[in-house]
Design a protein around this ligand. Structure first.
Ligand SMILES: [Mg+2]
Length: 228
C-alpha cells in the first residue's frame, strides 16, 4: 500500500502544476478531502492501480484536477516530475483526467454530471463480482449537482440499496441555485447525509469512513465562500 504523506507535501506538489489558474478554486477546494481519502480511507495500491480488490474513486468534477494529480503523485502512482509539465504537449496530465493516460485514474471525467452515474454502475459491478468490502467514492461539486442526471443516479442508488457507494460533495458555494439544506435534500432521496468542515481532516476521515448498512451515503465538505 501507499506510504503516508504529509498534506503540506501535497500542497507543495500541487504548486508545481501551474497553467490552469482559471480552475484554481475548483481544484484547491478538493485538496484536503482528496488527501484524507487517499491517505486514510481508500484502499488503493500505487504498485497495482487496477487491482480488482481496490476501492474505486471517481473525480466527477474533472475540470479541476491538479490537486488530484498532486495526491496521486505524492502516493507514488506516477513520478512527481510529471507535475512540472501539467497541460504541456506530450504530458499525460491534461486539463481533464484520462484513465488511459494517468495511472490511478479510475474514470475519464470533466463533462459534469456523469461521475455519479458511473459510480452507480461501478458499485453494482462490485456487488455482481461479490466484492463486498470494496466501495466506490465519487467526488462532485456543489454546482455540479444542478445537473439532473445526478438526481436520477441518486434515486437509482437508493432503490438498489447501494451501501457501497459514497458521494463526496465539495461545497465551495459556487452554485447559482440554492442547495441547502443538504441533509433534507439527500434524506428525501433515501440517502444518509452529513455536512462536515471541508478542511477538518479528522471530521472528513470519520465521515468518509462511515458505511451505513441500509443506504448509500453523502458527505458534504463545506468550504466557506472565498476560502478555498
Ligand atoms: Mg463548487
Amino acid at each position: 500500500m501507499a506510504a503516508r504523506v504529509d498534506v503540506e507535501r501535497v500542497r507543495a506538489l500541487m504548486a508545481r502544476a501551474t497553467g490552469d489558474e482559471k480552475h484554481d478554486e475548483s481544484s484547491t477546494s478538493t485538496l484536503d478531502a482528496l488527501w484524507v481519502l487517499y491517505d486514510r480511507v481508500l484502499r488503493v495500491d500505487p504498485s497495482s492501480p487496477r487491482a480488482e480488490t481496490r476501492d474505486r474513486f471517481i473525480l466527477s468534477k474533472g475540470h479541476g484536477p491538479s490537486a488530484y494529480y498532486a495526491v496521486l503523485a505524492a502516493k507514488g502512482f506516477f513520478p512527481e516530475e510529471l507535475l512540472d509539465g501539467f497541460l504541456e504537449w506530450g504530458n499525460p496530465l491534461g486539463s481533464h483526467p484520462d484513465r488511459n493516460q494517468v495511472p490511478g485514474v479510475e474514470a475519464s471525467t470533466g463533462s459534469l454530471g456523469h461521475g455519479l452515474a458511473l459510480g452507480v454502475g461501478s458499485a453494482l459491478a462490485l456487488r455482481a463480482k461479490g466484492l463486498r468490502e470494496q466501495r466506490v467514492v465519487v467526488l462532485c461539486g456543489d454546482a455540479e449537482l444542478n445537473e439532473g442526471s445526478n438526481w436520477e443516479a441518486m434515486m437509482l442508488a437508493a432503490h438498489l440499496v447501494l451501501t457501497n457507494l459514497t458521494l463526496l460533495v465539495i461545497d465551495n458555494h459556487s452554485s447559482s441555485l440554492a442547495m441547502d439544506p443538504w441533509e433534507a435534500r439527500f434524506t428525501s432521496f433515501g440517502w444518509d447525509a452529513g455536512v462536515v468542515d471541508g478542511h477538518h481532516h479528522a471530521a472528513l476521515e470519520e465521515a468518509l469512513s462511515r458505511r451505513p448498512v441500509d443506504r448509500p451515503n453523502a458527505v458534504v465538505a463545506d468550504i466557506p465562500e472565498g476560502e478555498w
